[in-house]
Ligand binder design. Sequence first.
Ligand code: CMP
Length: 147
Amino acid sequence: MEKTFVMLKPGVLQRRIAGELLSRFERKGLKTLALKLLRMDRGMVEAHYAEHKGRDFYEKLVEYTLSGPVIAMVLEGEGAVAVVRRLIGPTSLPDAPAGTIRGDYAARTRLNIVHASDSAASAEREIALFFKPEEFCPWDDGNQDWF
Ligand code: CMP
């Protein structure tokens, strides 16, 4: 089953909407395999956003990501990378439709409140940056075929 990485950015805790956002992923039926609250340091933020280095928004993005704790998680499900990208909506805020997380909760592209891997390869890289193998907590759904 495919895994993806999701990061709820500092604005989520600041606005007290972590529960609402976690519930969107759960409602969809995605399985939470790893989850933690952490404060990233500059080196970790720079590694995570290395592909954006040099872009005009890069410094502000790093500053925002350092402004408070983030919630990092690994979600699993059929086609999880694409499913999560559809749930969160496009990066460009004016294009994010109502009903997506970015469409419903964020008004500025730079301050968009959630990050999710854009491919299986990025998911693998991002998961390894945030989680050690022993931080995963595998579990099963019992005999019920919920989803
Ligand atoms: P995220 O999915 O975390 O990946 C890179 C981040 O850079 C993105 O969300 C936005 O927060 C930010 N970003 C991307 N494009 C722009 C842009 N054009 N202007 C400002 N910020 C951007």
